[in-house]
Design a protein. Structure first.
Lengths: 404, 145
């Protein structure tokens, strides 16, 4: 189902880096874009460019229609109840900041508590620290075990009458762990606590279904899903979005304005002040078409095979330690090589055309947990092949040779 | 030699494996830390200065091969030198690793010339130097910006 031909859909992949064919394995940072997505942006600016929701003229109507159709497409893609629950934002970071500011902040008092986990991306730590600091509330951390699995049973003990909100990642970007998010959501709801799920590393790898997961808020970034940068999605339950104050003020988010009183627009427009990233939204729709066409189940299966194969092959090499050994993993292979700093690993692998990420992956607390300065991380996407994995493994061997 | 071979010269690999003057220094007069949050490198420099001359220097911390080797070579290069000599030397070392102009007569420091093909690694090579300058200036922490 998924084969080498997929690569030819992605122009960026067709190049040599340092004289070697590029093997792109930094997909958790951002994915490459297929021709259809690049062309969608191009076509929009060539044929349809116009502001949305504002004009009676044909172009404006066309642009508005494409923009709003994408909202519906996304609602279907993640199986939410209505397209009114889909808000366009810049990315996962903005989505989390929006919820922290517009939902959590108004209900937070001193001594209240918010729970996140040990394996969050900084984007799902710092916004909560900021509101907690302002409101003198407490941020509590759900721990994990050495394999990089959350100790979900501990969550019940951590929840108390002061717990006001929970926010947790669906899939970890530095460990690859797929968290039992449905169970976590159920635990939150059993205790009448609302929960946000950071799906920045999930939607592109595994089927994600809002009705099944049941989270109150969910978010992801388009650029990790074969779409352009600067566009992302916040999903929120309609009844919660309705009661929240707007995020920013401006055009489009209002129904009427006088100097005495402004009436806000309905959800989702209430949260989309100003001219949005129209081409980004339309291209995100195209990226989702691309994924649906291949099938997210097929993608999950393909990437799982690659991850298992890479894990098996790299484990045979002496001195390799895999960071993150959860039972349930997606796409991400984080590792260290004894005696070689990840930064050097990254440079040497790059000289072989293999692009991986070396660093802390915006998860400093995860590095502290394992007492390591950083890891090298390979992360797989639809266009990667077994041959890519072989080149990856060879470049790891070459790295060890250089350091002899 | 390829760019990569010029970056990871055997002497650099050796300094990384067996860093010179790594460890604690008693009775130090100056101390500062250099942090590169991007890659997690942390180097601390401790030194003894007498009559404007460095009489002893040691470093601790961890980092990539380039930053470790650079700290190691630094400790071998600066003993007996004055503050102004060190500041001049650092300026020339920066030119070397960034590829700004031609720098010769830098002795052992010349092994880091290969860094100039890797702009992302310049900070690794200069981390310990920034810490050193901060220490001499009586600051606790170096900024690598
Ligand atoms: C788990 C996770 N959450 C949030 C983010 C932030 O995404 P963005 O930078 O696109 O807003 C990332 C991206 O690295 C991520 O991996």
């Amino acid at each position: 189902m998924i084969d080498r031909k997929i690569k030819s859909d992605f122009p960026t992949l067709d190049q040599k880096i340092n004289g070697k064919q590029l093997v792109y394995l930094d997909n958790a940072a951002t994915t490459q874009k297929p021709y259809t997505v690049i062309e969608a942006v191009d076509k929009y600016y060539k044929n349809t460019n116009s502001n949305i929701h504002r004009g009676v003229h044909t172009l404006s109507q066309k642009a508005t229609e494409k923009y709003e159709n994408t909202r519906l497409k996304i609602a279907n893609f993640i199986n939410s109840d209505s397209e009114k629950e889909i808000i366009f934002v810049r990315g996962a970071t903005e989505a989390i900041n929006l919820v922290a500011n517009c939902y959590v902040r108004p209900l937070l008092n001193s001594n209240d508590e918010i729970i996140i986990s040990q394996m969050e991306h900084h984007a799902n730590i710092v916004p909560w620290q900021m509101v907690c600091e302002e409101k003198k509330a407490k941020l509590k951390i759900l721990p994990m075990n050495q394999n990089g699995e959350l100790l979900v049973d501990e969550l019940e003990n951590m929840i108390n009458k002061n717990t006001k909100f929970i926010s947790m990642n669906h899939v970890s970007n530095s460990l690859g762990t797929i968290n039992p998010i449905k169970k976590i959501v159920q635990l939150a709801h059993k205790n009448k606590i609302k929960i946000m799920v950071d799906g920045a590393q999930a939607v592109q790898h595994i089927p994600v279904n809002m009705k099944e997961i049941g989270a109150d808020f969910y978010c992801f970034s388009g650029h990790k899903l074969y779409a352009p940068t600067g566009i992302g999605v916040l999903y929120g339950k309609k009844e919660l979005l309705d009661e929240m104050p707007p995020y920013q003020g401006g055009g489009d988010m209002i129904k009427s304005v006088t100097f005495e009183k402004t009436v806000y627009n309905e959800v989702p427009q209430k949260f989309e002040a100003g001219t949005p990233n129209i081409s980004g939204v339309i291209a995100l729709g195209t990226a989702i078409d691309y994924i649906i066409n291949i099938g997210i189940e097929n993608i999950a299966k393909h990437e799982d095979e690659l991850l298992k194969y890479a894990t098996k092959e790299i484990s045979k090499i002496k001195g390799i330690k895999i960071i993150g050994n959860a039972q349930n993993k997606a796409s991400v292979l984080s590792f260290t090589i004894e005696g070689i700093h990840p930064h050097d690993v990254g440079t040497i692998m790059d000289s072989e055309g293999v692009a991986i990420r070396a660093g802390k992956h915006c998860t400093d607390p995860v590095m502290d947990f394992y007492c390591i300065p950083a890891t090298a991380r390979a992360s797989f996407a639809i266009y990667n092949t077994k041959n890519d994995v072989d080149k990856f493994v060879n470049s790891v061997k070459k790295t060890i040779e250089v350091f002899g | 030699m390829s760019n990569l071979d010029e970056l990871y010269l055997e002497v650099i690999i050796d300094h990384n494996k067996n860093p010179r003057n790594k460890g604690e220094l008693n009775d130090f007069t100056h101390e500062a830390k250099g942090d590169n949050p991007l890659c997690g490198d942390q180097i601390s420099i401790k030194l003894i200065m007498k009559d404007d001359k460095i009489t002893d220097v040691k470093f601790t911390g961890s980092g990539c091969a380039i930053s470790t080797a650079s700290a190691s070579v630094l400790t071998e290069t600066i003993k007996g030198k004055s503050r102004s000599e060190i500041e001049k030397l650092f300026g020339r070392f920066q030119n070397l690793v960034t590829g700004t102009g031609k720098e010769g007569n830098l002795g052992k420091l010349e092994i880091f010339e290969g860094v100039n093909k890797y702009p992302a690694r310049v900070k690794c090579a200069t981390l310990s130097w920034h810490a050193l300058i901060a220490a001499i200036e009586g600051k606790k922490e170096a900024s690598t910006e």
